[in-house]
Design a protein around this ligand. Structure first.
Ligand code: SF4
Length: 92
């Protein structure tokens, strides 16, 4: 999949752009505190094209990372895409 196609999978829900807490037992708690660059009315990043330059803490979601990050919401479009790929592989 090309970079642009991968990027376009994101449904821009902004759920991953809120601060999260991870407890010792692995439980993830999503706080109501958004990233300072998230427009909370549109749920879009205000600096998206330059986000990694302006805010290096922002995580670039590669397919490998999506597989391992415990804090992405279960309805994240990237997680759904990987799940779909896994199902297709199992059918083969
Ligand atoms: S949770 Fe997933 S689909 Fe929603 S904004 Fe984040 S990366 Fe995109």
């Amino acid at each position: 999949m090309k970079e642009e196609e991968w990027e376009n999978l994101c449904k821009k829900c902004g759920k991953c752009c809120f601060e999260k807490l991870e407890f010792d037992d692995g439980t993830i708690y999503y706080t109501a505190t958004p990233c300072k660059y998230l427009d909370i009315s549109t749920r879009h990043c205000k600096i998206y094209p330059k986000r990694f330059k302006i805010y290096p803490e922002c995580v670039k979601l590669t397919s490998r990372l999506v597989e391992t990050l415990p804090w992405l919401p279960s309805d994240c479009a990237y997680k759904n895409e990987l799940h779909k790929r896994e199902e297709e592989t199992e059918k083969e």
